[in-house]
Design a protein around this ligand. Structure first.
Ligand SMILES: Cc1cc2nc3c(=O)[nH]c(=O)nc-3n(C[C@H](O)[C@H](O)[C@H](O)COP(=O)(O)OP(=O)(O)OC[C@H]3O[C@@H](n4cnc5c(N)ncnc54)[C@H](O)[C@@H]3O)c2cc1C
Ligand code: SF4
Length: 403
């Protein structure tokens, strides 16, 4: 196969603004590396060492797995499908029983507690996580780790680009990957195209990846001098949801609420692909976690600090087995919940999916074709509220002409 054909198709996904920066293409060709680009998002860089020998199946695998080309909704055995939450074997309110992990966790510390237990009991030998960079904690790095210390160090959400799929070991079923929905979708599709069993895939609800520049400007706006040495940058956690927190090398700290950091700085800076995403809930994972927000009297998520609570969704039998055994062994507390109660406290995810078809049409009219999405029942959702779909189409058309 001509390796340049693969390179050309990767470049086209990037050019169209459909690249999520997931990193899966780096698994297909050693000549593709993922790097932070000038726009503050991670993108593939091609041809670092000139044309290379590429596996002849790589192009077909790319077309099937790249979430900038297409995403196929999964239908694992034993699942029922929820319009907004995807395939469900079982669904739970959950939190880590280790108090330190729950406190540090993004919501209930469930993903960290599961990873820590899976490693400690020898069920997996490594897990891909994202954590603050040692050399510059304002940046985020992905790596495959094997120790409790490294897993716990990666607790919490990083609202910044990572290319977690690039660090996966696809040949090792006894490994795990924590990745955003697009990253696990790419890995699931890649495993399917190879007729291979994938590593254990863990994901979380995701409203999109903000540019790295948004982290840097937020730190600046909080009064930290550009170029000052920072020792800690935390996006949330240490309480639920916890603050955006920066500490310098001398122990001085500044912070702002989740409402302000996400609502005013990070949220508005998400990449184009995320605005047209069909899956913000980790449908392709074995297990997916999200915030199980409490709501205020008007029904909106209440961001006043409290003990963290996650929703955990088992999407495969493998995922369900992990959740149930972890609960039996005192790793996490779980109680069964109604999926509609979860959709009720995730208004962003519900509206984004319900209006996606309209936004995709608006984007296409403005000259930007979105990836192909199959099996998400987007027609059905859009027809439930045609007026809202039309409004979404018009709004996206206006904005997309400036993309
Ligand atoms: C970009 C982003 C968007 C999010 N949007 C939503 C949302 O719309 N709704 C919602 O309910 N919750 C959202 N979350 C939070 C997410 O749902 C919680 O992380 C989830 O509830 C898991 O909580 P936990 O306490 O079990 O995880 P923890 O035990 O704290 O573990 C979190 C795990 O996620 C990994 N991780 C952190 N950041 C990244 C990253 N950028 N890429 C890949 N892996 C990462 C860490 O390595 C760690 O293993 C978002 C998180 C991120 C990073
Ligand atoms: S979406 Fe992922 S697989 Fe597709 S080009 Fe971007 S980084 Fe590569």
């Amino acid at each position: 196969m001509d390796p340049n054909r693969l390179h050309a198709e990767i470049a086209e996904v990037v050019r169209r603004g459909n690249c999520s920066g997931c990193g899966a293409c780096a698994l297909l060709d050693k000549d593709v590396v993922l790097e932070l680009a000038d726009n503050g998002f991670i993108r593939p860089r091609i041809g670092a060492s000139g044309p290379s020998d590429t596996d002849p199946t790589a192009l077909a695998e790319f077309r099937q797995s790249c979430p900038g080309v297409s995403v196929q909704a999964q239908r694992p055995v034993g699942t029922r499908r929820h319009d907004f939450l995807g395939p469900i074997v079982s669904i739970w309110e959950a939190y880590a029983l280790d108090e330190d992990i729950r406190f540090k966790g993004s919501s209930g510390g469930t993903l960290t507690a599961l990873n820590e237990w899976l490693i400690a009991t020898g069920q997996i030998d490594s897990v891909v996580v994202a954590a603050a960079s040692d050399s510059n904690p304002a940046k985020t790095e992905t790596s495959s780790v094997r120790t409790r210390a490294d897993i716990v160090r990666a607790t919490g959400s990083r609202y910044a680009p990572t290319a977690s799929a690039a660090a996966a070991d696809m040949d090792n079923r006894a490994s795990a990957v924590v990745g955003k929905p697009c990253e696990v979708a790419a890995l699931r599709a890649l495993a399917k195209s190879r007729d291979q069993q994938s590593p254990l895939l863990l994901s979380f609800f995701c409203a999109g990846v903000p540019s790295q520049h948004a982290t840097e400007s937020l730190i600046h706006d909080l009064g930290v001098d550009d170029g000052a040495e920072v020792a800690t940058v935390r996006y949330r956690g240490h309480g639920w949801p916890g603050d955006f927190y920066v500490e310098d090398a001398h122990g001085n700290s500044v912070r702002t609420s989740y409402d302000v950091s996400w609502g005013k700085h990070l949220g508005p800076a998400v990449q184009q692909r995320c605005k047209l995403c069909p899956d913000g809930v980790g449908e392709s994972a074995d297990i997916s976690a999200g915030d199980f927000w409490r709501t205020d009297s008007s029904g909106y998520p209440d961001f006043t600090d409290q003990d963290g609570l996650s929703v955990l969704i088992a999407r495969t039998r493998r995922g369900e087995d992990v959740i149930r055994r972890a609960a039996e062994e005192g790793v996490i507390a779980i109680s069964a919940i109604d999926p509609d109660a979860v959709a009720d406290v995730q208004p962003f995810q519900v509206v984004r999916r319900a209006t996606l078809l309209g936004r995709m049409a608006g984007s296409r009219l403005a000259g930007h074709a979105a990836p192909r999405y199959r099996g998400f029942r987007l027609w059905r959702l859009s027809l439930r509220s045609p007026l809202r779909t039309l409004r979404a189409m018009a709004g996206t058309f206006r904005r997309a002409r400036r993309w």
